[in-house]
Design a protein around this ligand. Sequence first.
Ligand code: IFM
Length: 502
Amino acid sequence: MLKVSLLLCFLLIKFSSGTDNFTRDDFPPGFVFGASSSAYQVEGAADEDGRTPSILDTFAHAGNFDGATGDVACDEYHKYKEDVKLMADTGLEAYRFSISWSRLIPNGKGPVNPKGVQYYNNLIDELISNAGIQPHVTLHHSDLPQALEDEYGGWVGREIVKDFTAYADVCFKTFGDRVLYWTTMNEPNVFSLGGYDIGFLPPQRCSAPFGVNCSRGNSSVEPYIAVHHLLLSHASAARLYKKKYQDKQHGFVGINVFAYWFVPLTKTIEDELAAQRALDFDSGWILNPLVFGDYPDVMKKNAGSRLPAFTSLESESVKGSCDFLGINYYNTLYAKDYSSVLKKEKRDFIADSGIKIMSLQNDTTFEFPITPWGLQRLLEYVKQNYGNPPIYIQENGQRTRRNSSLEDWPRVKYLDGHIQNLLEAVRNGSNVRGYFIWSFLDSLELLDGYESGYGLYYIDLDDPDLRRQPKLSAHWYSQFLKRENVISLDGFIKSLSHDRVQ
Ligand code: IFM
């Protein structure tokens, strides 16, 4: 049976993707391959050792993940040694994780929690000393301490800039002798769209008719304010690092952006312009301030005074504040002109963009359509329009149903295609320095709770030991990283026929 399904997959893959061979060694020296996670999605131990709730805890406990929470998640807090060993066995060269702010500094400000320091010290030391794995650390991954949300509205309050900078200072001071790669914010654009416009992410602030199920918020202005404060907080932390730590620690500070690639739905000039507007509203929202010190013109025009203006000092501090850019790429979408919506007086961020977006596949498949060429085009676009900054692809991965087969062919095919296109982009001069798969383990997913999994390793949540079980994709990635004969999908399939099928 397995033989037949492998043969079918082989034929399918062969005819649909036309793979070329590539190897780990085709990437330039210094390029790292790893996998990603975030604190709330994997740690568990949510109320242990002094940790206090974040906005993600509140969101989960309000039933927004259909009852799923991160109280236990993958229990990495207790299983970090086992996980690091698994990473080393897989051949990971880097691990991207985030620090839980409310574990390190309960309630967001005030004294540092020694247990929190101890946990992250242990994790970092285990990675570096015992496994030779490079730690890449994110400071904010959707998990603002709830106490700061309650005190002044979190990211919509200006006070956040000072508190975030103080938190970053603790991280740089405590862990910066070993951590060289700091990402201040994960996906500020999606965080703000989901948390302040539509309300499908924490802190669930939005207003009718744009968002649903929110008890407070203002979808017309708050997404813009939140991003403004995320950018100012990033810039303030980055400035602090450069002034106080960089000479001694020799590390780097960057920020992350979730970036789609967009293609016009039709060849009309209207849809061509819509695709450009989509890029401006999606990634340009973050990239333009970082590179040029201001928001894209089309955003200023369409959002008007609802979009905060940078003072010249702010603009100077945000511009050039990144040593590298983190990109999370999953998918390519169609963009279609919808500028007629701009006639409406009352608009949110989505209406301001004047576009409609659509999936490239018109069925209801659970997995993402596989559009690896979009990654290559996106990287070319960033190279040409934003001065070719150093880039880490910090997330890329395929969504499958959590309890589906360990033979996760859609993920293997997805990853193979993306790494191949990444290599093309690097060969064409994109300044990409690393690539991280989302995710190392099946975790609590921000959009699906425990319904989906992106992991190289599956965890049966009914298993009291939460044993990590390798999927086919873990074997595939491991062979690629360890330079064990294969390399590309064809070779991997051949190696399977020898080891497993015969
Ligand atoms: O799980 C999330 C992650 O936290 C942020 N980027 C997208 C992933 C998959 O949805």
